[in-house]
Design a protein around this ligand. Structure first.
Ligand code: SF4
Length: 694
């Protein structure tokens, strides 16, 4: 403590997968009141507007400090005791499950939770609720990138640390508004640029990073795989393939070669609406560089072809030998703070801790031993988040607990989502603010923020970092861990949920992940505090971790090869017609985080960006600020126009952080990628019209 009794608690920002280091300032009464930069090697003192303002949510007047309860949605909420809210929730779980079976109750977690809590969500769902319906909001994040990584490399993470970007001669950024969504990551891009690295940006919008690029490819939304296939076509045609690397380390090359043969630059012009010369330019720049690297985010992942889009980027990197070296490789940028760690340890419908498959008998046996249950007691694989909403509409799921998510803003096709949740007989939500989704529940449990508990997150590099507790929770607030343990006790399995705190959960998680690809066994809280972060796999307590993968050219498949996959482009799921000739695409803005439940309350961020808007090309005849109605097959909403040449004439952009009736997601389509079940947020057929008023 300094002479004023103030202390600095080292921790990390809760917003986004960069996971910048920061100090929280704590006053002599033990309350967080500010933030200080921290010289952590991820961010070297830098923070973006969200990071600077994040501390303001901790003691915000909107914090929930008592459980809220009502027996019907027609009644207003009233404050309840913890005993009453927990007992009511358990009686509703019992009532629904005894009448309709265990799978009639679902559990939805979140990828902004610490990994310890995501591990507990998976265990609580399967062992306490005994339901197969366990999933999480990472389905809206980078799950399609994860699917592609697993198919190609047998491991689900980025191949390189951020610091490798500094050594790259050519950076390709696809579908990522890095400057606004991961602002501090751009320091690595500028570092590479200072050394003369070439920058290629693939994005229908001229985002801040695209504005600075040497080559900006403003393709039509929903055409990414056709573009990357065409780039590979040129790489092959111009003999720029690293034949030695491909022969030594891959399978499936002949099939990929045959598939991309039809994707000529001229065909890319037809499909993607870009000059053929740009395809050639990108191919020569990327394949001709000594070290080239590709990073992508939701722009290519939020598609009904999400996994396939990512596979085409991997194919390009591998075919040119750009894998596993400083400056050469492949990375996916996570949106949520723990987007990477959130899916590693069992809250995804098909996965168990350590990324084990819930369908694999050996994996099931291993986890049942650790959890102390019979194999027959472990439920089967469930369905994805959006599919669970459809099941709510059909009353196949009648009760639900949601933890750290806000589907009323974040899921596509709001009316369907609202209808699904309204059909639930019972709904409980954990949150620290009354989100739009919590406001529709029967019970709301007030839980801690990231600064009131300790735990780990894995950032976009798969570097595990430790968040430290900076203050005691407000009176009446409990940790998510405590609430799950209390419910488990009342459900008769308290002996399996006896955790004094996060440390004990983390030690069980380490054991549960040991021997898998996602091996955390060698990572301890003490080591994380000493080192500032360790990248998995880390199998022993003297192992340094694995910041860079594939240095020996070997993948994590049993044959050690990279499995290249063929991809055929298909048109987006929402067809264009005379009434809907344009593309609606959605995304984020620098001042807000995902559903906005946290950032729409922070004055500095609201002042910066108070409301959504529709970005339209000048050719449509709107003036700045004029009301523009965006119409899709799901409905129509009116936004102020932001008229700019930075968007294609056939495309309109709306940011998605706001609730209905100014919700981008009231317009989006709930079509899913068949492999990863990620929704197609980034392209919906629409039209725009002049409107009377906003
Ligand atoms: Fe937080 Fe991400 Fe901004 Fe860093 S870049 S301060 S982690 S929101």
């Amino acid at each position: 403590a300094d002479q004023n009794g103030e202390t600095l608690v080292p921790t990390h920002c809760c917003f986004c997968g960069v996971q910048c280091g920061m100090y929280l300032r704590v006053d002599k009464a033990g309350k967080v009141f500010g933030v200080e930069p921290r010289n952590h090697d991820i961010n070297r003192m830098r923070l973006c507007p969200k990071g600077i303002n994040a501390y303001q949510q901790i003691n915000h007047p909107d914090r929930l400090t008592a459980p809220l309860m009502r027996r019907s949605r027609d009644e207003p909420f009233r404050e309840a005791s913890w005993e009453e809210a927990l007992d009511f929730t358990v009686s509703e779980i019992r009532r629904i499950q005894s009448a309709h079976g265990n799978d009639a109750f679902g559990l939805l977690g979140g990828a902004s939770l610490f990994s310890e809590k995501t591990y507990l969500v998976g265990k609580f769902g399967r062992v306490a609720l005994k339901t197969k319906h366990v999933d999480y909001n990472g389905r809206l994040c980078m799950v399609s990138a994860a699917g592609a990584n697993k198919l190609s490399f047998g491991i689900d993470r980025a191949g390189n640390p951020f610091s490798d970007i500094l050594h790259s001669d050519c950076l390709l950024i696809a579908g990522s508004n890095v400057g606004e969504c991961f602002p501090v990551m751009t320091q690595y891009v500028w570092g590479a640029r200072d050394r003369g690295a070439l920058l290629i940006v693939i994005d229908p919008r001229e985002t801040s990073i695209a504005r600075t690029a040497d080559i900006h490819v403003a393709l039509k939304p929903g055409t990414d795989s056709a573009f990357f296939n065409a780039v590979l076509n040129v790489v092959i045609r111009e003999n720029l393939v690293d034949e030695e690397y491909v022969a030594a380390h891959t399978t499936g090359w002949d099939e990929v070669k045959a598939t991309v043969a039809t994707y000529t630059p001229e065909r890319a012009t037809e499909i993607c609406g870009i000059p053929a010369a740009q395809v050639v330019q990108v191919a020569r720049a990327f394949a001709g560089a000594n070290n080239a690297m590709a990073w992508h985010a939701r722009g290519i992942e939020h598609h009904s072809q999400g996994v396939e889009n990512c596979l085409t980027v991997i194919n390009l990197c591998v075919a040119t030998g750009n894998i596993g070296k400083p400056g050469a490789g492949y990375g996916t940028i996570t949106g949520q703070g723990n987007g990477q760690g959130g899916r590693e340890h069992g809250q995804k419908a098909d996965l168990l801790p350590g990324g084990r498959s819930i369908l694999n008998p050996d994996h099931r046996r291993q986890i049942c031993e650790i959890w102390g249950i019979e194999e027959s007691e472990l439920p089967a694989a469930g369905t994805s988040m959006m599919e669970m909403v459809w099941q709510m509409q059909r009353q196949e799921i009648r009760g639900l607990i949601g933890i750290c998510n806000n589907p009323f803003v974040s899921l596509p096709n709001y009316k369907t989502v609202k209808d699904g949740y309204d059909t639930l007989e019972f709904h409980a939500q954990f949150d620290f603010f009354l989100s739009e989704t919590a406001d529709n529940a029967h019970v709301v449990f007030p839980v801690t923020t990231w600064a009131e508990d300790e735990g780990v997150m894995a950032n976009a590099e798969a570097r595990v970092v430790k968040h430290n507790k900076a203050q005691e929770p407000p009176e009446g607030v409990r940790t998510d861990t405590w609430v799950m343990c209390q419910l488990a006790q009342r459900l008769g399995v308290g002996d399996k949920f006896d955790y004094p705190g996060s440390r004990e959960v983390f030690d069980e998680l380490r054991i549960a992940s040991a021997g898998t690809v996602i091996d955390y066994y060698g990572i301890t809280y003490d080591r994380l505090e000493e080192t500032g972060g360790i990248a998995w796999p880390c199998p022993t307590t003297d192992h340094p971790g694995t910041p860079r993968l594939f240095e020996d050219g070997k993948s994590y498949h049993s044959d050690g090869k990279i499995h290249l996959q063929t991809v055929e482009w298909h048109p987006p799921m929402d067809p264009y017609d005379d009434d809907h000739p344009m593309s609606l695409t959605t995304g984020r803005t620098v001042a807000h985080f995902l559903s906005g439940n946290q950032t729409r309350r922070l004055a500095g961020l609201v002042e910066q960006t108070p409301r959504p808007w529709a970005e339209v090309h000048p050719s449509h005849g709107f003036k700045n600020g004029e009301p523009v109605r965006v119409v899709t097959r799901r409905g129509s909403e009116v936004f102020p126009a932001l008229v700019t040449e930075a968007i294609r004439p056939d495309t309109v952009f709306v940011p998605y952080h706001w609730p209905y009736p100014t919700a981008a997601n009231a317009l989006t389509l709930d079509a899913l990628d068949p492999r990863s079940k990620i929704p197609e947020y980034k392209v919906c057929a629409c039209r725009i019209e002049h409107a009377e008023q906003i």
